[in-house]
Design a binder for this molecule. Structure first.
Ligand SMILES: *Cc1c(COP(=O)(O)O)cnc(C)c1O
Length: 387
């Protein structure tokens, strides 16, 4: 159920704005994932929720971490996980960052270029590297393409160069794009991984693991008309189980798998308690009259992804209301601070008044990491845990 009973109680009890996480719910989502994908190690992409209590919950259940900077590595290690359950998953690194990660005990590094391999060889001698393959990000609501990953041909060059430089060419990785909505993207990723593994084999490079990246969806987002998105999660799990089996056969049975979910583990287990600034109606020159719902919380204090991902709003003080379609916007003086105002309309109780509470559901992913510091004087949201 979204929100869980625990979240609902905490949201109802809140008197001011805050973000609430259901730790037990996060633990349950993790346990369900481990059961769906036996033999796949889960490393939480901590940028999705860099909150100590959340990390400790997951570490306590056996999760490792995908970290993207020395500070994230330090935060992950603070949970007490051994360094070999943490990898440096960012292909974008400085010399100093690599050296610092190495000093902290990290031995697994993502890479996608010859320049990065040379830097890893110089500052993390003997480390294990896994090469990220580029994906299109198609089918994802928050695509992660172009900036990361290389072609199959480059992967051969990169991993060969790693071997020559005294590193261990250890694996391949992909990321199908965040909030991936299609099973085809996963199928394509496995096909691509299979082809590259075969090509590498012909060059005498045998890898010991494949990192499947993130991209598993949250379940509680809506489309632009306020309907549930309903991603085909069970089918995705089936495709991943089949794909891992096929790759293991191809590799002769000795391939380990890692998956790095971020959003899937925390989005539905977090919610924001915000409040209504104003429901107003304006006609722009030459346009039609339009309702706008201004909230205390928007793109710069937790909802950075609000253009691509529509959250379900609950108005707890207006259970059986007459609704009007409105554009939802945050409180800052930036016109970007609004749900895609060209298209998205959210049903809002006509009678809402300034100060009324509003619950923004499934907003647990990337909310705390995307809080700006005092833009227009709006403070970052305080954080509360439910367990
Ligand atoms: C952000 C990120 C993830 C997590 O992505 P989700 O879509 O939130 O699951 C995983 N791996 C890497 C390398 C990332 O950058």
């Amino acid at each position: 159920m979204i929100p869980s009973a625990g979240l609902r109680t905490a949201l109802a009890a809140a008197t001011g704005d805050r973000i609430v996480y259901d730790l037990a719910g996060i633990g349950e989502r993790y346990a369900a994932l481990v059961e769906e994908l036996p033999g796949v190690a889960v490393r939480f992409a901590l940028k999705a929720c860099p909150v100590d209590e959340v990390l400790s919950q997951l570490a306590g259940q056996g999760a490792g971490f995908d970290a993207a900077s020395p500070n994230e590595i330090t935060q992950a290690l603070r949970t007490g996980v051994p360094a070999d359950r943490v990898h440096y998953g960012n292909t974008v690194k400085s010399d100093r960052g690599i050296a610092e990660a190495y000093r902290l005990g990290i031995r697994d590094f993502a890479t996608d270029s010859l320049e990065d391999v040379a830097a890893i060889a110089a500052h993390a001698p003997g480390a294990r590297v896994f090469c990220r393959l580029a994906t299109s990000g198609e089918g994802a609501l928050w695509g992660l393409s172009r900036k990361f990953g290389c072609s199959a041909a480059d992967a051969v060059l990169v991993l060969t160069a790693a071997r020559t430089a005294g590193l261990t060419p250890a694996g391949l990785s992909v990321h199908v794009g965040s909030q991936q909505m299609t099973t085809e993207a996963w199928q394509d990723a496995f096909e691509q991984l299979g082809e590259v593994l075969e090509t590498l084999g012909r060059h005498g490079i045998r890898l010991d693991h494949v990192n499947l990246g993130g991209g598993l969806p949250a379940l509680g987002y809506q489309d632009r008309h306020g309907r549930p998105l309903d991603p085909p999660l069970d089918k995705m799990f089936a495709v991943i189980r089949e794909g891992t089996e096929r790759l293991r056969e191809l590799a002769g049975g000795t391939l380990d798998f890692v998956i790095e979910p971020g959003r899937h583990l925390v989005a539905d287990q977090g919610a924001i308690r915000a409040h209504v600034y104003r429901l107003s109606s304006r006609r722009q020159p030459g346009g039609e009259r339009q309702h706008w719902l201004y909230l205390s919380c928007g793109k710069f204090n937790g909802l950075y992804e609000m253009d691509e991902l529509q959250y379900r709003l609950v108005f707890p003080t207006h259970p059986d209301a007459e609704y009007v379609p409105a554009v939802v916007a945050g409180p800052t003086c930036d016109s970007d601070d609004a749900y895609d105002s060209e298209h998205a309309r959210v049903p809002v109780p006509r009678a809402v008044a300034s100060g009324d509470p509003v619950w923004i559901l499934s907003s647990g992913a990337y909310a705390t990491s995307y809080l700006t510091q005092g833009f227009n004087g709006f403070d970052p949201l305080p954080c509360t845990m439910v367990s």
